[in-house]
Design a protein around this ligand. Structure first.
Ligand code: ZN
Length: 364
């Protein structure tokens, strides 16, 4: 069963003039002290390597599935020093991290850390100060979900991170930090990251889409949105190669209201991760290119001779003028007003994946 690495928080750094043996000692001692190997979800790993692996391994990891065997083979061929703990999954993220470089895009994240005696206790980060920071420093993103009152800069795990502020500019992040009121910060660092870049997505025709990929695909709605158990909204799109279901799951909250407005014939580009059974695109955002005109009946037809509205003869049986007997089967229609416009729509901040590019970065 493939397991898609997500939000694994792999970190890499360059060290000059280091002796690999010494670096290994430092890393293993840090692992011994801090790695929570007793947590069943934690499968850490480290890689020390003299030469940066090719960008391809990073790309394959974020866009597709790579195996631990493949990664070990690559690391061996590059003479890397490495270790994977427990099921060794952490090796994949660690390898992708050293292979990454900001080739096409990058963002920054300022991470503030907690004092060690606070680890595992409830974090004190003032939400109002985060809201103010979010409104003041416009180059930051995904700080606060105003609709769902969710303070996104604060993690939910009991880790040493107090908060992380994501943004476009290093300098602005320092200003942003000064606006956040919180418990004492033990220290902070700014990381260069692939968060908010959409680097996990690949453009595909529908028939090329495989489970566990994250894709951008264009299609026409062939079956309108319907709600399934759990409050998820599903619709079907097709292109010249095939059909696929798209879903706005319950955690995407108000985004589902947009999806529910879609209709047969609408053309859109969908962005999202692909689940296997049933094969479905889990929507991260959509771009509506075209809204199909919808007609709605406004009134009964008017008799061309008498100028009066005709009467209905019953469901599906047309209309008749009660004065002169003229018949018609066509009521008057007008274009139905659509509840949405063309353009981009995205899931709320509280449902955003770390790699998803916020619309704020696409159309500031
Ligand atoms: Zn008439």
């Amino acid at each position: 069963m493939p397991w898609k690495t997500r939000g694994n928080g792999a970190v890499s750094m360059k060290v000059e003039n280091g002796n690999i043996k010494d670096i290994k000692k430092i890393i293993e001692s840090a692992f011994g002290r801090y790695a929570r190997v007793d947590d069943e979800k934690t499968n850490p790993g480290y890689v020390i390597i003299g030469k940066q692996p090719s960008y391809d391994i990073y790309e394959n990891t974020v866009k597709d599935i790579v195996t631990i065997k493949e990664v070990e083979k690559l690391l061996n061929s590059l003479g890397a020093e490495y270790k994977g703990y427990k099921n060794k999954r952490g090796l994949i993220g660690a390898t992708a991290s050293v292979a990454w470089r900001p080739k096409n895009d990058k963002t920054y994240e300022l991470i503030s850390y907690r004092k060690e005696d606070k680890w595992g206790t409830k974090r004190q980060v003032d939400s109002n100060s985060v809201i103010k920071m979010d409104r003041t420093i416009s180059s930051t993103f995904d700080n606060f979900d105003h609709d769902n009152s969710h303070n996104r800069i604060v993690p939910s795990s009991p880790c040493p991170v107090l908060y992380g502020i994501r943004g476009e500019k290093e300098k602005d992040l320092i200003d942003a930090k000064s606006l956040v009121r919180s418990e004492e910060v033990a220290g902070w660092l700014i990381f260069e990251t692939n968060q908010g870049t959409d680097e996990h997505l690949q453009i595909k025709k529908i028939s090329q889409i495989k489970p566990y990929q994250s894709v951008i695909t264009k299609g026409t709605v062939t079956k309108g949105p319907h709600i399934i158990k759990g409050g998820h909204v599903i619709f079907l799109i097709k292109d010249s190669t095939g059909e696929i279901d798209c879903a706005a799951y319950e955690p995407t909250k108000k985004f589902r209201d947009i999806i529910r407005e879609l209709n047969i014939g609408d053309k859109l580009v969908v962005y999202g991760g692909v689940r296997e059974k049933p094969l479905t695109i889990n929507l991260e955002k959509i771009k509506i290119l075209h809204l199909e005109k919808q007609k709605e009946k406004v009134e009964n037809p008017v008799c061309p001779k008498c100028g009066k509205h005709m009467k209905s003869k019953g469901a599906g049986q047309g209309y008749k003028c009660i004065k002169c007997g003229t018949k018609s089967d066509k009521p008057l229609f007008k274009d139905k007003k659509r509840g949405i416009k063309t353009g981009f729509y995205e899931v709320p901040v509280c449902a955003r994946r770390h790699l998803s590019k916020p619309l704020k970065r696409i159309q500031p």
